[in-house]
Design a protein around this ligand. Structure first.
Ligand code: ARG
Length: 587
């Protein structure tokens, strides 16, 4: 359905045309002087030059034509040539009612594109830490937003499972347990099913190996060789690789589950391995790739480049494939499996150069044609209060599990501050509210910007926070419950036709829902949803304070309030569902 601004613009456009001017001048916007009017049209100002007359003359002619229109309660030409607009209560309330009758509150479907979203990006063998938090949170929201608009979306976690960290673990394991059968070159039998390490052992192996490789060149070289041999298919190493995945993946799943982040595909860098050899051969045979200092590279710089874009390295001189190689092979695989219209990557913005190289290489080497869109949604760093990347108190990398339990604890303490609640229920609710604090705290910032993780602020029940949004929904739910307890039904109610000021304000805010969703969708910008629901919650809360809903004596008027509450609740609930968290029934 059409959004309110488009409906108003059309009316104004018609009037401009009738008065003898270009109808495109009729564009209506939300007023930047809410003290004077609700909407405005500045078309007469723009048209003055073109028609060589004073803007006020045009504005007056247009306003005169619309004086009797049932849409406007006020339409006035004011000097030097603005048109100030207020709309009639009845017109607005009918519009909001139509919106409420639509399952998606008036949001139109996109036309059904197919997209693959590559997000999460955890590396196996390392515990999920805060560095991967943003990719999971933002990617999940983009996926839900696109689905809401009617796209088919496949989310792929794209695990880091093919790089040097694998060789490091193999070498470290060899030092610690040299007698393991995986290192016996003459062994020809079946390898054991049980892994030679537990999850917590594995989580210790990697940091040890990584620290060592920074000091011990010989060790690092061995790890590189082991990585290459694993990639080439050495049996014992592939068996260790498989154990690493088997031990890591269930734990990653559990962690993502706790954050309501769900992937359709659990593929990794390794999954497209079979496509690498033919891809490289093709690139060489078609003259796209060439040798440079022993490595195989594709030149991707373009004349219009403002900065140096180095060639994309496809194979190192020792024959090992790189991060870009597996990303390119994965594009081949995704095209084959899903033939998507677009692929969206959600990763740290410091990987921008990598993705520029990969996207250009994919197009230049004709892995894909121009019909496929690549987007890179690069996000900034989550910093601590000191402005440096977030760390534990002793300076280590913080596990996601720890961060989440800290947040839940803070929420729990706040909830229990001045009231009593059943312990088990409070713990359950604090998880739901905690997740909103974490996700909203992240998503309310423009993705590309760094932000400061501030536990106190994020978990506050007031201000621009997830808990405040949930608190507002809980308040609405409580009123609805009370209303039903008086024996009245919340079904089939009509909105009021004569509105109190705060009631009208709430409807005006609700009318922005579909254009807000469209903007967030087109720009891949979840922060627009957060900004909107924060405004909506504020407007709702003023409405709540200015109108005594439960004590309203006029039953029809009260029913109208309740009808409006239901729509506000729906707009908030759809929004938080897209943002990836839920509201409890009480908190
Ligand atoms: N595993 C990578 C990392 O930890 C992120 C993966 C992003 N996706 C991709 N297709 N390269 O940085």
């Amino acid at each position: 359905m059409k959004n309110l601004l488009d409906i108003l613009s059309e009316k104004l456009g018609e009037a401009f045309e009738k008065a003898g001017y270009d109808r495109n001048l009729g564009r209506v916007t939300i007023s930047n002087r809410p003290d004077l009017c609700e909407y405005q049209c500045n078309g007469a100002m723009a048209g003055a030059k073109q028609y060589k007359c004073a803007p006020i003359v045009i504005a007056q002619a247009v306003a005169d034509l619309l004086k009797e229109d049932e849409t406007f309660s006020e339409i006035a030409a004011v000097n030097p040539g603005f048109i100030n607009i207020k709309i009639k209560d009845e017109f607005l309330s009918k519009h909001i009612e139509a919106m409420a009758g639509d399952e998606k509150l008036g949001v139109e479907l996109s036309g059904g594109k197919t997209a693959v979203i590559d997000y999460g990006g955890a590396n196996v063998a390392k515990p999920l830490h805060v560095g991967h938090l943003r990719s999971a949170i933002i990617g999940e929201t983009i996926k839900r937003l696109k689905r809401f608009k009617g796209d088919t979306v496949i989310g792929d976690v794209h695990l880091g499972d093919w790089g040097l960290q694998m060789g490091l673990i193999i070498e470290q394991l060899r030092c610690e347990q040299p007698d393991l059968v995986y290192f016996d070159e003459s062994f020809m039998g079946e390898y054991p099913d049980t892994p030679p390490f537990t999850l917590s052992e594995l989580e210790q192996i990697y940091p040890k190996a990584s620290a060592r490789s920074k000091e011990d060149d010989d060790f690092k070289e061995k790890a590189q060789t082991a990585t290459l041999e694993m990639q080439k298919g050495k049996r014992g190493y592939r068996a260790i690789w498989k154990h690493i995945l088997d031990v890591s993946i269930p734990d990653l799943k559990k962690n993502y589950d706790n954050m309501k982040v769900e992937f359709e595909l659990w593929k990794g860098e390794s999954s497209a391995e079979e496509f690498i050899a033919p891809m490289v051969e093709d690139m060489i045979n078609n003259g796209y790739a060439h040798e440079s200092q022993g490595a195989i590279v594709v030149d991707v710089k373009e004349e219009s480049d403002q900065k140096e874009i180095p060639p994309c390295i496809i194979k190192k001189s020792d024959g090992a494939s790189l991060y870009a190689t597996s990303d390119l092979a994965t594009i081949i695989q995704r095209k084959k499996d899903y033939n998507p219209d677009e692929i969206i990557y959600v990763a740290d913005k410091r990987q921008e150069m990598h993705f520029t190289q990969v996207f250009r290489t994919a197009k230049k080497t004709k892995i894909v044609d121009d019909s496929i869109d690549f987007s890179f949604l690069g996000f900034g760093t989550m910093n601590g209060r000191d402005g440096k990347p977030f760390k534990t108190r002793d300076g280590g990398v913080m596990r996601l599990e720890t961060l989440i339990s800290d947040i839940n604890k803070a929420v729990y303490d706040k909830m229990m501050e001045n009231r009593e609640m059943d312990e088990a229920e409070a713990l359950e609710i604090s998880k739901t509210v905690g997740l909103s604090a974490l996700k909203y705290g992240d998503l309310s910032n423009q993705a590309s910007k760094d932000y400061v993780f501030d536990l106190e602020r994020f978990t506050s029940f007031e201000g621009d926070t997830g808990p405040y949004i949930l608190y507002t929904i809980v308040r609405i739910k409580a009123i609805l419950r009370k209303y039903e307890e008086t024996g009245k039904s919340t079904e089939g109610l009509s909105l009021n036709r004569t509105l109190t000021p705060a009631e009208k304000q709430l409807m005006l805010e609700l009318s922005k829902f579909s254009s807000m969703i469209d903007a967030a969708y087109c720009e891949l910008a979840p922060h627009k949803i957060c900004a909107y629901i924060y405004d909506l919650a504020n407007v709702f809360n003023s409405f709540y304070h200015e109108n005594k809903i439960m004590t309203e004596e006029d039953a029809d008027k009260q029913a109208g309030f309740i009808a409006l509450l239901l729509i506000a609740k729906k707009a908030l609930e759809i929004s938080i569902e897209i943002l990836g968290f839920d509201a409890p029934d009480r908190m």
